[in-house]
Design a protein around this ligand. Structure first.
Ligand SMILES: [Zn+2]
Length: 118
């Protein structure tokens, strides 16, 4: 799809399309990944399963180069076991395309508190 939102959002869509819904075990669709907000260096996306309608949550992804030079390991599988293991961690490291931190929680309407102040 077009580059309207920049390569960061596209990369996020591709990232989530590799994941499966924990309710119906289907992969997330591109249409279920919405860009809620774009700030310099930060993208906020909402992921909803289009197959069963369950919202997965809101992800806040930093697209600016991070201070640390971490090389996060790539997640290629997204099993229920992985999800349970990752659920213990507040942050999931995103891949090195974005050098980002991905917050992935069941954020409510207060998700904006994670956005740096303008
Ligand atoms: Zn589902």
């Amino acid at each position: 799809m077009g580059g309207d939102h920049g390569s960061g959002f596209q990369a996020i869509q591709e990232y989530f399309q590799q994941k499966v819904c924990r309710f119906c075990s289907r992969q997330f669709q591109q249409e279920g990944i919405e860009l809620l907000r774009q700030e310099p260096g930060v993208l906020v996306v909402r992921v909803t399963c289009r197959a069963c309608g369950h919202p997965l949550g809101v992800a806040i992804v930093g697209t600016a180069p991070s201070r640390t030079e971490q090389k996060p390991s790539r997640q290629t599988e997204w099993t229920k076991r992985d999800r349970r293991r990752l659920a213990d961690k507040p942050k999931i490291t995103y891949d090195d395309v974005l050098s980002a931190h991905l917050f992935f929680q069941g954020l409510g309407s207060d998700w904006a508190k994670h956005i740096p102040a303008r």
